[in-house]
Design a protein around this ligand. Structure first.
Ligand SMILES: Cc1cc2nc3c(=O)[nH]c(=O)nc-3n(C[C@H](O)[C@H](O)[C@H](O)COP(=O)(O)OP(=O)(O)OC[C@H]3O[C@@H](n4cnc5c(N)ncnc54)[C@H](O)[C@@H]3O)c2cc1C
Ligand code: FES
Length: 264
């Protein structure tokens, strides 16, 4: 059964909204209560003003939250009308955000070494997870992938959080291994030593990571992306087919036990 939603409506003010990679922006919002309560892997639903025809909020993960400063940082890719409007918002602009939503990462209590695997704009939710692992003194390695070097995010932030190793793959070879990030992850998992794997990115990437984790005997969690219309369990647009039936990503996820996901 999904837990009751912890989400509530917060007003926010934009502190900064800057381009950090090709078509990718870092948005810092001031929302003190949200900054205090949001947990790694949870998401928020943003109202982006500027289109009276668009009623839906935009679900976005967070990359960093600073409870003292009262700020939350989001990294988002401009892919359509809503994110394009968001990219035009300026410091000082205000709107509302519903959050924190969903179930985040669940690092097992006995975890002794973790592997984080991110692809494209799936990297943001892995950053607060890395911070949590660092605080708990759990060593972790990171594999990051992108189509091309200019679309890569999170490398310096995850390095600064103390990744033991950080390897990069790009489809076109402009940085790191030329090929898929799943090649790097599979190689590390074959070497053994991991009991927890966390992944976020394209479905096909997460499925391959999950298979390699299963073969290596490591518990794997994946943060799934689905269309989300309401964000609080009322519409079923976010359903994920699992071995235990359909589960809504907005309430039972977005983080799922990867071994139970049927349709990625
Ligand atoms: C839990 C969750 C966390 C997310 N976190 C991030 C994040 O941290 N950074 C980030 O850049 N994006 C994230 N996304 C994806 C983001 O919500 C979509 O890119 C955004 O809603 C697109 O809105 P739009 O109006 O710009 O695009 P639209 O014009 O609505 O659509 C443009 C394209 O994006 C696809 N799309 C739209 N909404 C979604 C969605 N919810 N999931 C998958 N594809 C979608 C459409 O099918 C279409 O191909 C997340 C999605 C979910 C469900
Ligand atoms: S988005 Fe409506 S039920 Fe999940």
């Amino acid at each position: 059964m999904p837990q009751p939603s912890s989400a509530r409506l917060h007003e926010f003010r934009i502190v900064s909204n800057d381009k950090i990679a090709q078509d990718i922006f870092s948005l810092v919002i001031e929302a003190p209560q949200l900054a205090k309560t949001i947990k790694p892997g949870q998401f928020m639903n943003f109202e982006v003003p500027g289109n009276a025809m668009s009623l839906l909020r935009i679900p976005l993960s967070f990359a960093r939250a600073d409870a003292d400063a009262g700020t939350v940082e989001i990294w988002y890719a401009v892919v359509g009308d809503g994110t394009e409007r968001l990219s035009r918002m300026k410091p000082g602009d205000t709107s509302t955000v519903l959050g924190p939503g969903g179930k985040g990462w669940g690092v097992p209590a006995e975890c002794s070494r973790a592997l984080l695997v991110g692809g494209g704009i799936g990297v943001p939710p892995l950053v607060p997870l890395a911070a949590e692992l660092a605080r708990a003194g759990i060593p972790f390695d990171v594999c990051l992938g992108a189509k091309t070097a200019s679309e890569l995010v999170g490398e310096s932030e995850l390095d600064a959080l103390g990744a033991q190793t950080l390897s990069v793959a790009t489809d076109d070879g402009t940085e790191g291994h030329c090929g898929f990030v799943t090649d790097l992850a599979a190689e590390l998992l074959q070497q053994g030593g991991y009991d927890y794997v966390a992944t976020c990115g394209p479905g096909v990437m997460m499925q391959k990571v999950a298979e390699a984790a299963l073969a290596a005997g490591a518990y794997c969690e994946a943060s799934l992306e689905r269309m989300m219309s309401c964000g609080f369990g009322a519409c079923s647009t976010c359903n994920v087919e699992t071995t235990e039936g359909m589960k809504g990503a907005c309430m039972c996820g977005p983080v799922f036990d990867a071994s139970k996901v049927v349709v990625w």
